[in-house]
Write a protein that binds this ligand. Structure first.
Ligand code: 5AD
Length: 427
């Protein structure tokens, strides 16, 4: 979003580019023509999305120079905050291993996920934040999400937009509405990455989805992530040709038995197969699971993190299950906030070091401090809701979604304040 900083091209090796941000080097993939050393670009999610006129970039960078180093310092100080003294001695050796970058065994992971003591948890979160700082410095990403349709043919027990929910008013945005929402986000608010999401909508053909993505790519410089459920590899390949480069598809749980209980009639294997196929087709993968689904154990959560890693996900999305009144799981309880933070922290410790970790809107719905605490427990990514306000209440996958009634301006202002207070920059 408007918080993004241009980088300068330092090295070009085919599609692989090295960018410089005030002395910090970052790698990105380039698909633009005519990129030369010295050019200024915006990159997001590891892809170059736009080249800027040099004068304009230099002017933007002048305004960032001082604040950039100041933010860096804030992040460094926060990540190196002193350790709490009175810690349960059992976790000290595990924390040492995390800090030395050693791998953790199952029993150590279980120990971390079952921590109850607040100070022990703080120590754990702090070590995950240190790792985040080590691999990402103060870089974070902010994506916008447009929920283009709430029609869904699936019957997932947890989801408020599943076909079970007969009382929900359904909508499908028209192409011109989608384009105008995308255009506002990219041109006015300078978002560099957009997620287009929908239920598995039988009324939206692959051709229609392809034409929406192609139109956005033709008119706007933006990284596009598609999140239309299990639309099949043919559809994904077509969308890739149209310019989509990321896919957001959670496997929901790595436990096949649990999966068949919450998504009756569907197979976990085919979902995972599609994520693997998407990776092979060139997509950047955003995946993860629901935390706190009835019957889930800490062991399942560790397997979820390991599966996301095995799927080579660039971005991890783990968020709480929140019961929706019009679903078969209405009477279940949501998980505790601490389980989410422990999972984000463990994902930071077990996952690929360069993966981003999202603070999900579901977590923000569960806890007002989700972003702040999540960002200090290993997370480094946010999504803002770019869906027109009139449609947002109907994308009710769970009730009372955070930011449901906030304008995009308000959301951006809040996010920028938070990122500044934590010393993060959108590069
Ligand atoms: N609580 C939390 N997350 C949910 N999702 C669907 N229903 C719920 C719920 N009740 C998540 C699923 C899905 C994503 C789009 O929304 O994980 O993949």
């Amino acid at each position: 979003m408007c918080y993004a900083i241009p980088g300068q091209v330092k090295e070009i090796e085919g599609k692989r580019i090295t960018l410089d941000y005030f002395g910090k080097q970052k790698k990105a993939i380039n698909e633009l023509n005519n990129l030369t050393i010295g050019d200024y670009v915006y990159a997001q999610a590891g892809y170059i999305v736009e080249k800027l006129p040099r004068d304009e970039a230099k002017e933007i960078l002048v305004s960032w120079r001082e604040i950039f180093f100041h933010l860096n310092d804030i992040d460094l100080k926060l990540s190196q905050s002193p350790q709490v003294k009175s810690v349960n001695s059992n976790i000290i050796p595990i924390i040492r291993k995390i800090e030395q970058g050693l791998s953790l065994d199952k029993s150590e992971c279980l120990e971390l996920l079952s921590l109850k003591d607040k100070e022990d948890m703080q120590i754990f979160f702090r070590s995950a934040n240190l790792l985040r700082q080590k691999f990402h410095q103060n870089a974070c990403c902010v994506h916008g999400i447009i929920e283009i349709s709430n029609h869904c043919r699936r019957n997932c027990y947890y989801c408020g937009i599943s076909c079970y929910n007969q009382s929900l008013k359904r909508y499908r945005m028209r192409s011109d509405e989608i384009l105008s929402a995308a255009s506002k986000a990219v041109k006015k608010y300078r978002f560099k990455a957009l997620v287009l999401q929908a239920g598995e909508d039988s009324g939206l053909s692959i051709e229609e989805l392809v034409s929406i993505v192609a139109e956005i790519k033709r008119k706007l410089s933006v990284f596009i992530v598609v999140s239309f459920g299990e639309i099949g590899i043919y559809g994904l390949r077509e969308l890739y040709k149209a310019g989509a480069r990321g896919i957001l598809l959670r496997f929901e749980t790595s436990n096949p038995l649990l999966y068949s209980r919450i998504c009756p009639g569907h197979s976990l294997d085919s979902r995972i197969k599609l994520i693997r196929e998407a990776k092979d087709a060139g997509y950047l993968i955003i995946t993860g699971s629901l935390l706190g689904i009835p019957g889930q154990t800490n062991n399942d959560i560790i397997n979820d993190i390991n599966l996301a890693k095995e799927l080579d996900a660039e971005m991890l999305s783990f968020g709480p299950f929140l019961p929706h009144p019009n679903t078969p799981l209405a009477k279940e309880l949501p998980p505790d906030e601490s389980l989410i933070l422990k999972t984000l922290a463990l994902a930071r410790c077990l996952g690929q070091p360069d993966s981003s970790i999202v603070v999900t809107t579901a977590f923000e719905t569960l806890s007002k401090e989700a972003r702040y605490n999540g960002f200090l427990s290993g997370a480094n990514s946010l999504m803002l809701n770019v869906t027109p306000l009139k449609y947002r209440p109907f994308y009710s996958i769970y009730p009372n979604r955070a930011h449901q009634n906030e304008s995009l301006e308000e959301q951006i202002e809040d996010a920028a304040l938070l990122l500044k207070s934590l010393g993060r920059v959108n590069i």
